[in-house]
Design a protein around this ligand. Structure first.
Ligand SMILES: [Zn+2]
Ligand SMILES: [Zn+2]
Length: 107
């Protein structure tokens, strides 16, 4: 177990930063604008001042249904892709039985 002494953010984190406030992570969700915002976007004089916003985690919970339906769509597409792959595999198998010398054996 590595004892993390590094102060650099991990390269793998996919935190997005505010286009208005480059130093701020987008960790809030403006319900009025349906957009991701940072904490500085909510202060007086900023674009989203006075808007209703929630933490990103809360937004994910609230909008889970939307996300789930999106996932279902993606899954549907994946199933169709798999079917095509099976059909392709079937064609490949037919070719191989027709031409057994192309089976990859080099002995
Ligand atoms: Zn901002
Ligand atoms: Zn807003």
């Amino acid at each position: 177990m590595v004892n993390g002494q590094q102060h650099q953010p991990s390269a793998g984190s996919n935190v997005q930063h505010c286009s208005e406030h480059a130093q701020q992570a987008l960790k809030l969700y403006c319900e009025k604008c349906e957009d991701l915002i940072c904490s500085e976007c909510t202060i007086k004089g900023s674009e989203h001042h006075g808007h209703d916003y929630v933490l990103l985690d809360e937004a994910l919970k609230k909008h889970k249904k939307d996300i789930e339906s999106l996932l279902l769509k993606v899954e549907g597409r994946l199933t169709a892709t798999n079917k095509t792959l099976v059909e392709l595999d079937d064609t490949k198998g037919k070719c191989q039985s027709q031409y057994p010398q192309y089976n990859g054996k080099t002995s």
